[in-house]
Design a protein around this ligand. Structure first.
Ligand code: F1P
Length: 320
C-alpha cells in the first residue's frame, strides 16, 4: 500500500531532506530571497495550505517578521482583501504536484503585481516552477493522492529557512529529534491505535501547531472519511465544545498547564482526550507532529474498511 509505505518512509526521507537542505544550502537560498521583505505570504491549497500555516507562524516566531498564510483561492478571488498595498512583500507558493490550478494562477497574479515568489514542489518541470522567480524542487517521491511524508519534509525545510533568516542555528534540536525519529514514529503508531475508537474527532493547536491540527484533521477526512474539526486550541471553549460527548475524541497538541485544564474540562463532558506533548521548546518539532495523525487516519481507515489509496471524490491534483 503506497500510503502506508510512504508514511513509514518518513523515517528515511525526513533525514534525507534535512541533509539535502544543509548540503545544497537550500535554507540559505530561500532566506536570501526573502531577506528584504516587510512581509512574507505563504500560499497553497489543501495540505500545502496547512504547511503554510505552520511555516508562516514559525517564521514570525523566529524572525519577528510579519507573515501570513493565504489559501491560493483567496489570491484569485479576494486579492485586495488578502494582500497589503504597503511595504516590500514576497511570497512562498507551495504545491506538491506543482500543478494545482489555483496555486499556479496565484503565482501568475503575484508576478503581474510585481511580488516576487519562491515556488516549492516535488515535481520537476511543473507549471509552478515556470510561474515563480525561485523554484525549489524538493527531491522526494510521493505517489499517493494523500500527502504524507512530503508534508513533513517540506515543513522542516521551511523551518530551517526561517532560522537561517533569523541567523539562529537549531541543528542540535533537529539532530536530537532525528536521532529519536524511529521511537517517535513507533510511539505515534501505538498511540494512534489506542485512539482510533472515536465517532468524531477534534484537533486543537496554537501557533504552528494550529497548522498541525488542521493537517491532522484533513488526514482523517481524506483517509478515513471521518467527521472532524480543527481549531486554534482555546477557541474551542467558545462554542464548539457544545458538541463534546461520548464518542468524540479530541487531540490537543502541546501539554502545558492550560492545555491540561482544557483536557480535564472536555473529559468531564464525556470526550476522550489525548495531549500530544511538545518534543522541543519553540515549535521546532512541528514537522514531525503530523505523523501521529497519519497513522491515526490509516488505522481508522483499516477499521472502517475505507480504501486510503482512493479517497472518495479526490484526485491527486485539483485542476479547475
Ligand atoms: C493540494 C491538494 C492536496 C490534497 C488533494 C488535492 O495539492 O489539495 O493537499 O491532498 O489531493 O490537492 P498540491 O497543490 O500540494 O499538489
Amino acid at each position: 500500500m503506497p500510503v502506508e509505505k510512504e508514511i513509514r518512509e518518513n523515517l528515511v526521507d525526513i533525514k534525507k531532506i534535512y541533509k539535502w537542505v544543509k548540503e545544497e544550502e537550500i535554507d540559505e537560498k530561500i532566506a536570501d530571497f526573502l531577506k528584504n521583505s516587510d512581509a512574507v505570504y505563504f500560499i497553497g491549497c489543501g495540505s500545502s495550505h496547512y504547511i503554510s500555516i505552520i511555516a508562516s507562524r514559525y517564521l514570525t516566531g523566529v524572525t519577528g517578521l510579519e507573515s501570513k498564510n493565504i489559501p491560493a483561492g483567496e489570491i484569485l478571488f479576494s486579492y485586495d482583501q488578502s494582500v497589503s498595498k504597503y511595504g516590500n512583500k514576497t511570497a512562498v507558493l507551495m504545491s506538491r504536484s506543482g500543478e494545482t490550478t489555483e496555486t499556479v494562477k496565484a503565482a501568475e497574479v503575484l508576478r503581474n503585481e510585481g511580488i516576487k515568489s519562491v515556488g516549492i514542489t516535488i515535481e520537476k518541470d511543473s507549471s509552478l516552477e515556470k510561474a515563480v522567480d525561485l523554484p525549489i524542487v524538493v527531491p522526494i517521491k510521493e505517489e499517493s493522492i494523500v500527502m504524507t511524508k512530503s508534508f513533513n519534509a517540506i515543513t522542516l525545510m521551511l523551518q530551517m529557512a526561517a532560522e537561517r533568516m533569523a541567523g539562529v542555528d537549531k541543528s542540535r534540536i533537529y539532530e536530537e529529534i532525528l536521532k529519536n525519529l524511529e521511537n517517535i514514529m513507533k510511539e505515534s503508531e501505538r498511540s494512534a491505535a489506542d485512539f482510533a475508537d472515536g465517532n468524531r474527532y477534534v484537533f486543537l493547536g496554537v501557533g504552528p501547531y494550529e497548522g498541525v491540527a488542521r493537517e491532522a484533521a484533513l488526514k482523517l477526512e481524506e483517509m478515513s472519511l471521518t467527521v472532524v474539526e480543527a481549531f486554534s486550541t482555546f477557541e474551542y471553549r467558545h462554542g464548539p465544545k457544545s458538541l463534546v460527548e461520548e464518542g468524540v475524541n479530541i487531540v490537543i497538541y502541546a501539554d502545558g498547564e492550560e492545555e491540561r485544564k482544557l483536557a480535564d474540562e472536555l473529559k468531564a463532558y464525556g470526550g476522550k482526550v489525548i495531549l500530544r506533548g511538545k518534543l522541543s521548546e519553540n515549535f521546532e518539532d512541528s514537522f514531525v507532529q503530523t505523523i501521529f495523525a497519519q497513522f491515526l487516519g490509516l488505522e481508522i481507515a483499516k477499521r472502517k474498511d475505507v480504501d486510503v489509496e482512493n479517497p472518495r471524490h479526490l484526485t491527486k491534483v485539483v485542476r479547475i
